[in-house]
Design a protein. Structure first.
Length: 111
């Protein structure tokens, strides 16, 4: 729930579960919980698509600034590829190296 005056995140009033206050010292907005729906206080639900979270950060426009390594491409045999690391499993396991061939654009991973 957000403050209708300044847009700050409303918080429960200290020691009271039925009233909410704006934490901004300049605003001072207060409201009872049952009146919040009447005032039209905005409610926002944040959703993230799985594809947004797991998208590959290698984009054509930034490949020129990505780090390169000397590794042969399994598709064309070119000996240079862009690389980046991503933690794909539990934190106690090593990260996965993702590689993209500089010549043909083939993508593969190295565990």
């Amino acid at each position: 729930m957000f403050c209708p005056k300044c847009g700050g995140l409303l918080r429960p009033k200290e020691g009271c579960k039925t009233e909410f206050v704006c934490p901004s010292p300049k605003c001072g907005f207060e409201q009872k919980a049952k009146d919040l729906s009447k005032e039209g206080v905005a409610r926002v639900k944040i959703e993230r698509n799985k594809s947004e979270v797991e998208d590959c950060p290698v984009v054509d426009s930034i490949e020129g600034v990505m780090p390169k390594t000397a590794v042969p491409c399994p598709k064309c045999g070119h000996n240079e590829a862009y690389w980046y690391l991503r933690q794909t499993r539990k934190s106690d396991e090593p990260e996965t190296t993702f590689l993209t061939c500089c010549k043909c654009g083939h993508k593969w991973r190295k565990y």
